[in-house]
Design a binder for this molecule. Structure first.
Ligand code: CO8
Length: 260
C-alpha cells in the first residue's frame, strides 16, 4: 500500500502503525488524505495486523483539522461531498474488526479530534492540544464530531467545547474522558505499544467480538444490545481459541491464541 500522505509499518508481532504525514500543514486532512485513509481501511489485512496505532508525523501535531485552504472556497454541494467522504472514511476506521489506538502527539483539532474519536482508544502526549474550533471558522464539525463527541464526553461538555471553539490541554482532555491516558512525549509511543502488546496476548476473535458489541450497541436499545452480546458470547464457543484458552487455564498453563 503506497500512499502520498500515509506511512504504514507492520511489525512482526502484528502491531501496525499508520502515520498521517503532511508536515507542511501540520497533518491537516485534505481530500487526498481522506481518500487514502478510506482505501487503507478497505484494504488492511486485519488478520496480519492485529492492533492498529494511528499517529501524526512530527513532534508538533497529530492532525490540525481538515485542510482549511482546500475548504475555503467550497460551495454547499462540495461541502456535502467532502463531509460525506470524511465521515465514511472515519466510519470504516471505526468499524475495523481490530482494536485501534490514537497516539495523539500534538495538535488534535477539528477533523483531528474527529479522527481520534473514530479510534477505539486515545492516549495523548502531555503537549497535545484538543478542540473543535470549527464555529470560529464559520462551520460546524463535519466529520461526525457532533455525533461522537457527546457520546464520548457527554452532551454538556461537548456543547461547551463545540460552541466555544476553545482549545484544551491534555490534562483537561483526560479529566473529561476525551483521552484515556497522558504521557510525556517520549513516553507516549512506548506506552501505546505496551497497550497494543497487552491486547495482542488475548484471543483475537474475542477482542473483535467485544469491539463489535460495543460499537453496535452505540445505536441499539437495551434489548437489542443485550441480545447482540448474548449472540456473540455464544459464538466464542465455536472458536478454537475458547477451547484452547480454557483448557490451558485448567492445566494452569498459558496458551498462544491462533485467532481461530
Ligand atoms: N488546514 C490547512 N493548513 C493548516 C491547518 C489546517 N487545518 N493547520 C495548520 N495549517 C498550516 C498553516 O497554515 C501553516 O502553513 P504555512 O506555514 O504555509 O503558513 C502551517 O500549517 C503551520 O501552522 P501555523 O504557522 O499556524 O502554526 P502555529 O504553531 O502558529 O499554530 C495551530 C498551530 C494552532 C494548530 C494553527 O495552525 C491553527 O489554528 N490551525 C487550524 C486549526 C483548526 O482550526 N482546525 C480545524 C479546521 S476545520 C475542521 O477540521 C473541520 C472538519 C470537518 C470538515 C468537514 C467539511 C465539510
Amino acid at each position: 500500500m503506497d500512499y502520498q500522505y500515509l506511512k504504514y509499518e507492520l511489525r512482526d508481532n502484528g502491531i501496525g502503525i499508520l502515520t498521517i504525514s503532511a508536515p507542511k500543514s501540520l497533518n491537516a486532512l485534505n481530500s487526498t488524505i481522506i481518500c487514502e485513509l478510506d482505501d487503507f481501511c478497505s484494504r488492511l489485512d486485519t488478520t496480519a495486523n492485529r492492533v492498529l496505532i494511528l499517529t501524526g508525523d512530527g513532534e508538533k501535531s497529530f492532525v490540525a483539522g481538515a485542510d482549511i485552504s482546500e475548504m475555503a472556497n467550497k460551495n454547499e454541494a462540495e461541502g456535502l461531498a467532502f463531509g460525506q467522504k470524511g465521515a465514511e472514511a472515519f466510519r470504516k476506521l471505526e468499524d475495523l474488526p481490530i482494536p485501534t489506538i490514537a497516539a495523539v502527539n500534538g495538535f488534535c483539532l477539528g477533523g483531528g479530534c474527529e479522527i481520534a474519536m473514530a479510534c477505539d482508544i486515545r492516549y495523548a502526549s502531555s503537549k497535545a492540544k484538543f478542540g473543535q474550533p470549527e464555529v470560529g471558522l464559520g462551520i460546524i464539525p463535519g466529520f461526525s464530531g457532533t455525533y461522537r463527541l457527546p457520546k464520548l464526553i457527554g452532551q454538556g461538555m461537548a456543547k461547551e467545547l463545540i460552541y466555544s471553539a476553545k482549545v484544551i490541554r491534555a490534562d483537561e482532555a483526560l479529566r473529561i474522558g476525551l483521552v484515556n491516558a497522558v504521557y510525556e512525549p517520549e513516553e507516549l509511543m512506548p506506552a501505546v505499544i505496551a497497550l497494543a502488546e497487552q491486547i495482542i496476548k488475548n484471543a483475537p476473535l474475542a477482542v473483535s467480538y467485544a469491539k463489535e458489541c460495543i460499537n453496535r450497541n452505540y445505536d441499539m436499545d437495551r434489548t437489542e444490545g443485550l441480545a447482540l452480546e448474548n449472540q456473540l458470547f455464544a459464538r466464542c464457543f465455536t472458536t478454537e481459541d475458547q477451547k484452547n484458552g480454557m483448557a490451558a487455564f485448567l492445566r494452569k498453563e498459558k496458551t498462544t491464541f491462533q485467532g481461530k
